[in-house]
Design a protein around this ligand. Structure first.
Ligand code: ADP
Ligand code: MG
Length: 486
């Protein structure tokens, strides 16, 4: 079904096709017409299924009539984190390109002044984190009684982060007559209760897990010695051997390790950045932008820092540590294989991790196969010729070069990621309270010269010169890098 069949305005449909989307995702196809009917809505779909456009596109259409008044925003979108709020703003800018809408971002870590000025002029769309929104409200500069549409996005993360009381308060501050849209990956009872209280006769749309991202992720384990040095070496070897790798996120369990692994990768010449909860907003944004722009190839991150971020098109996820909480595993691997693309997740496992691994396997309802050797991570050359937008065909003949086939997407049971898995990540708020890891690590500095991405092999042995058969980062290497042996 094309976007033009959903009832969206011509301006929005043309912005969508200019942006390159060809078909709505299932949650978009089902939610958009109902939002346009001005119904309250509960949309439940896994991370990476395109929930953002499911509300942004119809909101843009509805906003075409009417105009903003000073201090009285017309619509309000609540997001749990600054990064997610910024991503939603990008969506409004991208799909609202044919419209003259004013959009304001109200997030912490940024001065009040500019935000105030914008609100005073009048905004159509206010995108906010709950705490900061209430700060503005309490300062008396913001009126919420003109809100026509209220969106509570990523509700399960709001819950995890302790934002539910703020959400309830904000709901009460907005007009009873508003349209309310609720999006979440899961619907635990606490969230259900809030929807019952604040939504009126909502349509509920739940997208089956089967049709979503989980089916496109190849999952493997890789054995390693347990001490950090051995694990770092295993990681380096994996990254070097991963020929089909466009970019990767490396997850560590602890902030401290994020810093150590990041430093070590940089020392070994990898083009790596780090993302963890202690970084100030400016460095987080810088790092994330650099990673999105493919200026960084590897992003080392903690669970808290990476949760819910829309980092498009990550080809590989490496778990430097097996997560202690099985649900974190599901969140981590959800960073790859998004929106129908295929991805690969490799978890480094030592003898101490048996318990955590079996908890994960129990949660996802299947066992995760081991890679027999590091080299098994190299994909056959055909797989490297991946156009960014094209669906990446998975060839059954992966093992054709004598390598063992990793478990491919097709062999994964569709419901491999149960809803519960998204339900209980550890709260970021709690994580910010001083804990046992007081040290602050140096934020990544993506302004420095692009670093080298050495390989064990010579450039000469890289796949031929046919640009069409080379991933972007390899091409970049060829142009800018002389290989240094470590
Ligand atoms: P969610 O909020 O459900 O986790 P997002 O809205 O962040 O998911 O979308 C995940 C990714 O899918 C983004 O990179 C987004 O650009 C992409 N995406 C969304 N809708 C489509 C579509 N219709 N076609 C292709 N890609 C899409
Ligand atoms: Mg989202």
């Amino acid at each position: 079904m094309p976007f033009s069949d959903l009832g969206l305005s011509d301006k929005v449909v043309s912005a969508v096709s200019a942006a390159g989307y060809t078909e709505p995702t299932p949650i978009q196809a089902q939610a958009i017409p109902r939002v346009l009917e001005k119904r309250d809505l509960i949309g439940i779909a896994q991370t990476g299924t395109g929930k953002t456009a499911a509300f942004v596109l119809p909101m843009l259409t509805l906003l075409e009539t009417g105009r903003a008044r000073a201090r009285m925003p017309r619509t309000l979108i609540l997001e749990p984190t600054r990064e997610l709020a910024a991503q939603v703003e990008e969506n409004f800018n991208k799909y609202g390109t044919n419209q003259r809408l004013s959009v304001a971002l109200i997030i912490g870590g940024v001065s009040f002044g500019d935000q105030d000025a914008k609100i005073t002029r009048g905004v159509d769309v206010l995108i906010a984190t709950p705490g900061r929104l209430l700060d503005h409200f309490e300062r008396g500069k913001l009126l919420l009684n003109g809100i026509e549409i209220l969106v509570i996005d990523e509700a399960d993360r709001m819950l995890d982060m302790g934002f539910m009381p703020d959400i309830e308060r904000i709901c009460k501050l907005t007009p009873f007559t508003r349209q309310t849209l609720f999006f979440s990956a899961t619907m635990p009872p606490e969230i259900r209760r809030v929807t019952e209280q604040f939504l009126s006769d909502p349509v509920q749309i739940e997208v089956a897990k089967a049709a979503t991202t989980a089916t496109t992720i190849t999952q493997n384990l890789m054995r390693s010695g347990g001490d950090p040095e051995a694990k770092r070496e295993t990681l380096r070897k994996l990254i070097r051997a991963a020929e089909g790798m466009k970019n990767a996120i490396v997850f560590c369990n602890r902030k401290r390790d994020v810093a150590v692994v990041h430093k070590s990768l940089v020392k070994h010449g990898f083009n790596a950045g780090a993302l963890h909860g202690d970084m100030d907003q400016a460095s987080r944004t810088r790092t994330l932008d650099a990673f999105r722009a493919n200026e960084l190839t590897v992003l080392v991150a903690s669970d808290v820092a990476a949760r819910g971020l829309d980092i498009p098109d990550v080809s590989h996820v490496f778990n430097f540590d097996v997560p202690h909480h099985a649900d974190d595993y599901v969140h981590r691997i959800g960073r790859t294989g998004r929106a129908g693309r295929s991805g690969w997740s490799i978890t480094i496992v030592s003898s101490q991790d048996a318990k955590s691994v079996s908890a994960i396997e129990k949660l996802i309802g299947r066992s995760i196969p081991y890679l027999e050797a590091i080299e098994a991570i190299a994909a056959p050359p055909e797989e490297r010729a991946v156009d960014d937008r094209a669906e990446r065909p998975r060839r059954e003949g992966r093992g054709e070069r004598g390598r063992r086939s990793p478990q491919t997407a097709e062999s994964a049971p569709p419901a491999s990621v149960p809803a519960r898995a998204e339900a209980a990540p550890r709260p970021e708020r709690v994580a910010r309270v001083p804990r046992t890891e007081p040290e602050r690590t140096k934020p990544a500095d993506p302004t420095h010269e692009r670093q080298r991405m050495p390989r064990d092999r010579d450039q000469a042995s890289l796949p031929g010169d046919d640009a069409g058969h080379m991933p972007a980062f390899l091409l970049r290497m060829k142009r800018t890098v002389t290989v240094k042996k470590n």
